[in-house]
Design a protein around this ligand. Structure first.
Ligand SMILES: Nc1ncnc2c1ncn2[C@@H]1O[C@H](COP(=O)(O)OP(=O)(O)OP(=O)(O)O)[C@@H](O)[C@H]1O
Length: 311
């Protein structure tokens, strides 16, 4: 169990984590989501005792990470797989970690096998691909057979077989009653892997609910629209509760109106519509609508320009 109370982290004038409360319960996979810069890594670093909270607290199994006498046996963490730059072999790297925590060779061999690293166990870690590095990081996280496992972007760089391996592994860990916290930007993967979600936006919790609830809550609130006359459509549907943002591929996502309302408004204004899709069925859609206001860098507003309004 991981518990955060009023957890806060400031870097100078920047508040990365703004007084959040959450619980990560055992026996299920909890997905940790949020746009870039939302505060996920900072929160994970505080859980792992690598960053000190500016205020508030976070405990793992009732204690701050650093107060555990055998932290590796309590919490397994994969934070930054690229952090391992060593001339040692994977086996020697894990053996050295194990030795400092009183863990035997047998367990080292077990995690090498578990991570599918047998064929490269004696190769230099420095020459590993990103995917191999991820597997090694996961093997290291599991070395102490911990009750709590925290994995930051574990499928990053993995091929489809590796992605499936992580999914099966974390589901198995949760089924054994362990606490599993997992971050990923891959929503389709998260939908298949997680039971529960904690979504951050600009350092705050914007959702803490089951995957099904998150999807249900966003149901019917967003519609993807393609039209050759987006500015005209914008005028036709403008209203206080309506917002429109563009996607990279030129489509627009409208929130605050149903597909029917948008289609009718476009028909009345004589505007051609090439696509009208209710975005309610996938976690990705739910996530995008949930975090639409929280994205610092990506979304582009397509509010009409003054010239368009004047026309
Ligand atoms: N050491 C630091 N010094 C200053 N600002 C920092 C530091 N670490 C993080 N930040 C800032 O805090 C905010 C949260 O960053 P964090 O890395 O926790 O976000 P994230 O949700 O993990 O993002 P990503 O998905 O991109 O990994 C960002 O605005 C980031 O620039």
């Amino acid at each position: 169990m991981i518990e955060a109370h009023d957890l806060t982290k400031r870097f100078g004038s920047k508040t990365a984590v703004a007084g959040i409360d959450f619980r990560v319960e055992p026996g299920r996979v909890t997905g940790f989501l949020g746009p870039n810069g939302a505060g996920k890594s900072t929160t994970m670093r505080m859980i792992a005792g690598l960053d000190r909270p500016s205020a508030g607290s976070v405990t793992v199994n009732g204690r701050p990470y650093r107060q555990h006498t055998a932290p590796l046996r309590e919490v397994g963490i994969l934070l930054d797989a690229k952090a391992v730059h060593t001339g040692r072999s994977a086996y020697k790297h894990l053996l050295a970690m194990a030795a400092t925590h009183g863990i035997g060779r047998k367990r080292v061999r077990e995690v090498i096998e578990l991570a599918g690293l047998e064929s490269v166990a004696n190769k230099r870690v420095g020459g590993f691909s990103l995917g191999m590095g991820q597997r090694l990081g996961i093997a290291a996280a599991l070395l102490g057979d911990p009750a709590t496992v925290i994995l930051d972007e574990p499928v990053n760089g993995l091929d489809p077989e590796g992605v499936r391996w992580v999914r099966t592994l974390v589901r198995g860990l949760a089924a054994e009653g362990r606490t599993v916290l997992l971050s990923s930007h891959l929503m389709s993967e998260m939908a298949q892997t997680a039971d529960h979600l904690i979504v951050l936006g600009r350092g705050r919790v914007v959702a803490d609910a089951s995957v099904d609830e998150v999807i249900a809550r966003a149901s019917g609130t967003s519609v993807r629209v393609r039209t050759p006359n987006l500015a005209g459509l914008n005028r036709a549907i403008a209203g206080p509760d309506v917002s429109v943002s563009t996607l990279d591929d030129g489509a627009a996502v409208v929130t605050g109106l149903s597909s029917e309302q948008i289609g009718d408004a476009a028909a009345s204004a004589g505007i051609a519509i090439h696509e009208l899709t209710a975005l309610s069925s996938s976690l990705e859609d739910a996530y995008l609508s949930l975090t639409a206001d929280e994205v610092e860098y990506r979304s582009t507003s397509v509010a009409p320009t003054p010239e368009e309004v004047a026309r």
